[in-house]
Design a protein around this ligand. Structure first.
Ligand SMILES: *Cc1c(COP(=O)(O)O)cnc(C)c1O
Length: 401
């Protein structure tokens, strides 16, 4: 079965699991900063830990933090767990990003930070975004932290400029479903070395040494993931996920969509073995992203245009973490593709403000609501070579209207 995404894991990543790699975390921080145009990078065990730490390290507390209504649940939960309140801003349906007109209207006297997500790898308009935040700072007379959420947008550019370079900090996430992986892991990057140093000090004081068992579990996990996402094994992986509770049980502490929580190890330092895998992936990054872009262009050229289907835009500088199509009947479409051994993802299948802990009405963020009910993810990852992507197009174009 063709997986909805496949992490690009080869012999080099598996070999990286063998060593203890002392000092790898610092090396990954340096390599990551260099690669994505930052002065400094600071590593964390998860992306959500990084956001949670950033807000606390700079003293944002009991404040409003603006986040898009259509984003990963952990973003809102990290904001809540940092002692702040997420304020949700609806998205635009043309590129799924926060609507900047609505952002300008939403920033109020209680706003102390904005998390600007470049969803699915689509760059936000950085000129407009930074102007809106600067205006609001003048108007309300206090600092408003601008954090770029680049979890889907490593290396994405807006008019030639890396999106992660704008604002105060950029956030990256490195689990196996992301653009590149360090098994798990998160990263903050900074253009201001002093700010980076103060966040690093905060991290070093708060985060602890993981247990001796954890590196072994992480090695096992990555080896299992490398196997689980290969085409021959993926049918079994899919079955375990869709038809049994077992995989869900294994991953539950990591992902709880319906309650504000963090994984039990969210205060651990990143492991050296994780960083060692990340270093290999950093080397591969340019090739992986070139492949994604080529695959997105291929899908755009070859998918049949049909009534009710909305293909995603092709945008200069985008990184296509997901290739997202809106369809009239998602459940039918996903089921029909699965019968032909193609797994379509359904991300993001919720609107963050409608999640149980927040409970907003659907009418408050209508675009996020619509997207959450109608999007499918067509595989676009680097493992989609010519044969695979040709097959994907054939299956999709052959689905009943
Ligand atoms: C994955 C993700 C994060 C954070 O990831 P972790 O799972 O905590 O590492 C943040 N923002 C977005 C948009 C994401 O997709």
């Amino acid at each position: 079965m063709i997986p909805r995404f496949k992490p690009e894991l080869g012999v080099a990543e598996l070999r990286a699991l063998l060593g203890p790699h002392p000092g790898a975390v610092a090396h990954l921080e340096q390599g990551f900063a260099r690669k994505f145009g930052a002065a400094e990078a600071v590593a964390f065990p998860y992306g959500r830990s990084a956001l949670w730490a950033m807000l606390q390290a700079v003293g944002v507390h009991d404040a409003e933090v603006i986040v898009p209504a259509y984003t990963c649940s952990v973003v809102a939960y990290a904001v809540s767990m940092s002692g702040n309140r997420p304020r949700f801003v609806d998205i635009r349906l043309d590129d799924y990003n926060m609507d900047l007109d609505l952002l300008a209207a939403a920033i109020g006297p209680a706003t102390r930070a904005v998390v600007a997500t470049h969803l699915f790898g689509y760059p936000l308009d950085l000129d407009r975004l930074t102007a809106i935040v600067a205006d609001a700072e003048r108007r309300w007379g206090h600092k408003i932290w601008l954090i770029q959420d680049c979890a889907h947008a490593f290396g994405a550019t807006w008019r030639g400029r890396l999106v992660g370079q704008a604002g105060d900090a950029a956030l990256y996430a490195l689990n196996v479903s992301k653009m590149m992986t360090s098994i798990f892991g998160g990263m903050l990057t900074f253009s201001d070395p002093e700010l980076a140093a103060s966040v690093r000090r905060w991290r070093d004081a708060q985060f602890r040494q993981p247990s001796w068992r954890k590196p072994w579990f992480r090695r096992l996990y990555l080896a299992a993931a490398a196997a689980a996402f290969t085409e021959p094994v993926y049918g079994l992986t899919w079955w375990l996920q869709e038809r049994t509770p077992w995989l869900d049980r294994l991953t539950r502490s990591y992902h709880l969509d319906d309650q504000i929580a963090m994984p039990p190890d969210h205060l651990d330092r990143m492991l050296d073995v994780e960083a060692a895998v990340g270093l290999v992936q950093l080397e591969r990054y340019d090739a992986m992203i070139a492949r994604r872009r080529a695959n997105a262009a291929f899908l755009d050229e070859n998918l049949r245009r049909r009534a009710g289907w909305v293909l995603p835009p092709i945008v200069e500088g985008a990184t296509y973490s997901h290739y997202v199509v809106r369809v009239p009947d998602r459940a039918a479409c996903v089921a029909a593709a699965a019968r032909q051994r193609l797994h379509l993802g359904e991300l993001i299948q919720y609107s963050a403000p409608q999640l149980a802990p927040y409970g907003h009405a659907t009418s408050e963020h209508p675009n996020a609501d619509l997207a959450s009910r109608s999007t499918i993810n067509v595989p676009v990852d680097a493992a989609c070579n010519e044969a695979r992507r040709g097959h994907i197009v054939a299956v999709l174009n052959g689905l009943a209207p």
